[in-house]
Design a protein around this ligand. Structure first.
Ligand SMILES: C[S@@+](CC[C@H](N)C(=O)[O-])C[C@H]1O[C@@H](n2cnc3c(N)ncnc32)[C@H](O)[C@@H]1O
Length: 303
């Protein structure tokens, strides 16, 4: 049995180290795709994980397209090699919508396989992959007017992946909120937002209905002084271990229903903290397409 892991751009080292720690044996590398022996293991750094890969001899383009169609309908091409031939195969497969997403929307649920040409006449394919997006890439119709920066894109992506988002009047805490990209997203959804940051919000965001800014440190905030909240968001720049302590404190308070937090890394990557977040029962830890040297922690604490 073989699995393959697609590294996000520039994050091959993180993926390789994670797989090494998991005890997997890498057998081949095709640009950003790492092929490993054995069943797929959990990976937070992979943009997409290809389960149960099969290698198929494909003497012709038509033969390759038929072999894929015989397995299932929807396929995403990853073609660092033999790109032109691969594109001709993909053209003969059913069209998979690549329309940019208009937020809010839930991630697609239709199975999406992935394939690549190892040689002109040899294909590697996996019908089951972890990402519902081609090569894990999520593309949005952007909001170039409202938010004060581009940080809103990773929050959009997190909520699309979660397939849920704050509802009107739900109570949100946005830690590390300045200048207000995330607060803008939440207020636009109609939620009430307590934005915590020593730095102020962009005045346009501060003036949105339901937004309250508190100029204090997120680490000094007593959960009891805030009370029950539907969503805790954090995009604070801090060491992962410090964020973990903050998350544990809020989990222990029992006051939070959902967590969406960016775990930000410096060099070298703190793999132990990443693993500690992933070990929290019910947690999902993902490298989003809009994350840099970061991961996103998602938790429905009341599930
Ligand atoms: C990446 S920015 C957040 C961007 C924000 N999510 C947005 O969409 O505009 C990180 C923020 O963390 C804030 N920060 C750093 N330490 C903090 C702390 N102890 N408490 C609250 N905020 C903190 C910084 O002031 C900075 O504004």
């Amino acid at each position: 049995m073989t699995a393959a892991y697609l590294a996000a751009d520039g994050l091959m080292d993180q993926l390789q180290e994670e797989l090494r720690r998991a005890g997997t044996t890498m057998t081949a590398t095709h640009d950003r795709l790492l092929v490993c022996d054995g069943p797929a293991v959990a990976s937070v750094w992979a943009a997409n994980i290809w389960h149960d890969c099969v290698e198929l001899p494909v003497p012709s383009i038509g033969n390759a397209a038929k072999a894929l169609r015989d397995i299932q309908r929807n396929w995403a091409m990853y073609a660092p090699l033999h790109h032109r031939r691969a594109a001709l195969i993909q053209e003969r497969l059913p069209h998979v919508s690549a329309k940019p997403i208009v937020f809010p929307a839930a991630a697609p649920t239709a199975p999406l396989g992935s394939w690549t040409l190892l040689e002109p006449d040899r294909l590697l394919a996996a019908a089951r992959c972890t990402s519902p997006f081609p090569n894990g890439e999520v593309v949005f119709i952007e909001d170039r007017e409202g938010p004060p920066n581009r940080a809103y894109l990773k929050l959009w992506e997190a909520l699309v992946q979660l397939r849920r988002w704050p509802q009107p009047s739900e109570r949100c805490l946005d830690l590390g909120a300045s200048p207000g990209g995330w607060t803008h997203v939440l207020a636009k959804l109609g939620a009430r937002v307590i934005a915590i940051d020593k730095a102020p919000l962009d005045p346009k965001v501060a003036a949105m209905p339901g937004v309250e800014w508190r100029g204090e440190s997120a680490f000094g905030l007593d959960p009891a002084s805030v009370g029950p909240i539907d969503w805790l968001f954090s995009d604070i720049i801090c060491y992962p271990a410090r964020l973990l302590t903050l998350v544990e404190r809020w989990r222990a308070s029992g006051l939070v229903r959902n967590f969406v937090c960016t775990i930000k890394f410096q060099a070298p990557t703190d793999h132990d903290s990443a693993a500690a977040f992933a070990a929290i029962p019910g947690a999902r830890v993902l490298h989003l397409h809009h994350n840099k040297h970061e991961l996103t922690f998602l938790l429905d604490a009341k599930a």
